[in-house]
Design a protein around this ligand. Structure first.
Ligand code: TRP
Ligand code: SF4
Length: 404
């Protein structure tokens, strides 16, 4: 696969945190569900990443893996649209991680902002480990092994995708340089035919001399159309446009997921550790109980006190669940003390109950049939491995490790 095709490939992973909640659903999973129909998606459980922080309690990971996969499936992530797998079942990630670790400067990892932040946030845990420092590099291997063009992540993960780009660039620079690269590339140009060769050369010149991005895209599109050149030549020609070596590992882009509009019950980010979640498998009585008791604008002590929706987490729920006329009803009723808070919450309760009903039903079916879940993952893992092996072959070849 060349780097233009790889733009169409999306990869994302989630650490196995167990059952998912509405924050995951509205913040991440719904986005995946949309992307799975627009791109070739590889979605996986990052169980090795869980070990970087939970190395002292690995026994809990397994249950979390399956609970999370069931929730993905129940929420609508589709195994016929996306490839679903578990990181540790594709050991190629580990080999690529190891090989990348040889050429990754320590400073690049120490400077990743999440490194010091996490260590400080998880003070009670000793995170002065080799594995934890390597967390973002393992993530780079996850991405690069599929030559993914886009990586949907939240803002906190953008630095990891940025590191991945630097690692890919360094890899291509170090190992994409065949001794006779320029001659081989010029030979390959000729194989495009007179017209193609001329166009390629002039686009390459515009890009290299004037940084013309348009020309870069056009040259890449031109290469994509070529039918008579080998994969090796294609990679050479991709790299040659930009003046580097052969493009073995394309640089991915972060596809920034907009911040979740859905807060937790207390208005902070929804998170298990804040105890403010509604899980995707929450029973109806608990949904009702939790929403009925959730805090509202603290200034509304009595029914006759007007409130301000902007100071109330219930309003944010309405923005997720309610149409325009309902939102107007809330706004006006709240500001004028025309409606009570329980009255205001009622449509939200109904919407959450209705939203989760089919999800819970599907989750129940998967729970009752764990072998179907295992089969989905086995199939996805096999597909993922085929792709991963191909990349790893090219990587070994580029590094001179393909001897027998
Ligand atoms: N680090 C990511 C997170 O905490 C999970 C992850 C691991 C990931 N590997 C990845 C995300 C590769 C995107 C791509 O959310
Ligand atoms: Fe919040 Fe609705 Fe009560 Fe206003 S009326 S404070 S928006 S719950």
């Amino acid at each position: 696969m060349n780097s233009v095709d790889s733009q169409q490939r999306v990869l994302s992973g989630m650490r196995p945190t167990g059952r998912l909640h509405l924050g995951h659903y509205h913040g991440v999973i719904k986005n995946w569900i949309k992307l799975q129909h627009e791109y070739e998606c590889f979605l996986f459980v990052a169980d090795w990443h869980a070990l970087t922080t939970d190395y002292d309690n690995p026994q809990t990971i397994e249950a979390h893996v399956w609970d999370m996969v069931i929730d993905w499936l129940a929420a609508g992530v589709s195994p016929s649209a996306a490839t679903l797998f578990i990181q540790s079942k594709v050991p190629e990630h580990a080999e690529l991680h190891l090989l990348l670790s040889m050429m990754t400067p320590l400073g690049w990892l120490e400077r990743v902002p999440s490194y010091k932040d996490m260590q400080e946030n998880l003070r009670e845990k000793d995170l002065d480990t080799y594995g934890f420092l390597g967390y973002p590099l393992l993530q780079s291997a996850d991405i690069l092994i599929y030559r993914a063009g886009s990586v949907p992540v939240g803002a906190d993960q953008v630095a990891h995708v940025e590191l991945t780009r630097e690692v890919a660039r360094r890899f291509n620079y170090l190992y994409g340089r065949e001794p006779d690269f320029v001659e081989l590339a010029e030979e390959a140009v000729k194989k495009m035919g007179k017209k193609g060769a001329k166009l390629y050369s002039s686009l390459r010149k515009s890009y290299q001399e004037e940084g013309d991005q348009e020309a870069l895209l056009k040259a890449q599109a031109l290469l994509k159309e070529q039918q008579n050149i080998t994969l090796g030549d294609r990679e050479r020609l991709f790299g040659y446009i930009e003046g580097s070596g052969k493009m073995i590992l394309p640089e991915p882009q972060a596809l920034l997921t907009e911040a979740a509009k859905m807060p937790g019950l207390d208005g902070r980010k929804m998170s298990k550790s804040y105890n403010n979640i509604i899980s995707l498998r929450e029973v109806d009585d608990d949904i009702m109980q939790k929403l009925k008791t959730m805090p509202t604008d603290p200034a509304r002590v009595r029914l006759s006190d007007p409130g301000d929706p902007d100071k109330c987490p219930v309003w944010q729920f309405h923005q997720v669940y309610s149409d325009e006329s309902m939102c107007t009803w809330v706004k006006e009723g709240c500001l004028s003390a025309g409606i009570g808070c329980l009255e205001c919450k009622k449509p939200v309760i109904d919407a959450v109950v209705a939203e989760l009903r089919p999800i819970k039903e599907k989750a129940r079916q998967f729970e009752e049939n764990p072998s179907s879940v295992r089969a989905i993952i086995a199939e996805g893992t096999e597909k993922a491995r085929d792709v991963a092996k191909e990349t790893l072959d090219d990587v070994r070849q580029a590094m001179g490790l393909n001897y027998r």
